[in-house]
Ligand binder design. Structure first.
Ligand code: F6P
Length: 328
């Protein structure tokens, strides 16, 4: 029979994402609702290793639903990749009388959580929080929607100046291994071309496409480039290559960078975080473990941590086709 859960720990790990605070709030408030104690570990796995935590009651999380970042801070802990580091974390959880953990983060967080629970038999529930949206078992990760809105707003502004100066802009967006941000923001902002790691467009096709659009009368264009694009050049080299081959173009580069990770979460992300985290606490109290809560077809559903890590969920190729048609 599963051990009764009296005290739940929560942490945020990996790249932060807007909505993580809404998630922490939902964990703390759901615990309070079910008369279960809650503690928050600082800086993800690192806080577990150092025994750095804070008691969280319903009032500790007041007025944070609208705030970006994470009140628990975040980190990518190297120590947790060692057996000794994980042992220290387990000892600290015992000392703090924590029976189970809710891990809010991305694939690195879930990979660490999976090994940890195998080694130390501590129940874990994962909550997908990353702007990259690159987790299986959910249609959306916490922070992705806000990041998309940030990117689209930025590209709209870039378009104004691109159009005034008849320029071509290469806009690099985040997504180390995944093109979700690039693809969706590219369609949403009406980009000329979208370069993502999942599809190699090829340099020649890019040149052809830009040349064609110039001849068709377009005076300015936006190319959205995912940070992880595998075309073989970084965004600056790519721009240089295009200018060298298409001298009629006046091109500029904008790297949006960490602006995409900040800001007040969208309503979608707040609701998503709230729904996922109520479920995460309820699953633990129900004796379930080693699952990730996800959002599929407008329903909260759980899958195993293995499934969440199995493969990156596939990008929607239909969006590439739509982008091709609409950039005519
Ligand atoms: O994982 C989210 C993410 O924002 C990626 O898109 C990006 O490549 C990475 O984090 C950047 O990480 P850091 O802030 O540690 O440089």
């Amino acid at each position: 029979m599963a051990k009764r859960i009296y005290r739940i720990g929560v942490m945020t790990s990996g790249g932060d994402s807007p909505g993580m605070n809404a998630a922490i709030r939902a964990v703390a408030r759901t615990c309070a609702y079910y008369n279960t104690q809650c503690v928050g570990f600082y800086r993800g796995f690192q806080g577990m290793i150092e025994g750095d935590y804070i008691e969280l009651d319903a009032r500790s999380v007041r007025n944070i639903i609208s705030r970006g970042g994470t009140i628990l801070k975040s980190a990518r802990s190297k120590d947790f990749f060692t057996v000794e580091g994980r042992k220290k974390a387990a000892d600290n959880l015992k000392r703090a009388k924590v029976d189970a953990m809710i891990l809010i983060g991305g694939d690195g967080t879930f990979r660490g959580g999976k090994i940890f629970s195998q080694e130390h038999h501590i129940p874990i529930i994962g909550v997908p929080g990353t702007i990259d949206n690159d987790i299986s078992g959910t249609n959306a990760t916490i922070g992705y929607d806000t990041a998309l809105n940030t990117v689209v707003e930025a590209i709209d502004k870039i378009r104004d100046t691109a159009s005034s100066h008849n320029r071509l802009f290469f806009v690099e967006v985040m997504g180390r291994d995944a093109g979700f941000i690039a693809l969706n923001s590219g369609v949403g902002a009406g980009a000329e071309e979208i370069l993502i790691p999942e599809e190699d467009l090829g340099l020649e096709r890019l040149l052809d496409s830009l040349e064609r659009s110039r001849r068709s009368g377009k005076t300015s264009s936006i190319v959205v480039v995912s940070e992880g694009d595998k075309i073989g050049k970084n965004v600056f080299e790519l721009a240089e290559y295009v200018i060298n081959n298409l001298p009629d173009y006046d091109a500029r580069v904008t790297v949006l960078g960490h602006i995409q990770r900040g800001g007040s979460p969208s309503c979608f992300d707040r609701v998503l975080a709230s729904r996922l985290c109520v479920k995460a606490v309820e699953l633990l109290l129900d004796g379930q473990q080693n699952l990730m809560v996800g959002f599929i077809n407008n329903k909260v559903q759980a899958c195993s941590l293995e499934e969440a890590l199995q493969s990156k969920h596939n990008i929607n190729k239909e969006l590439l086709r739509i982008s091709d048609i609409l950039s005519t």
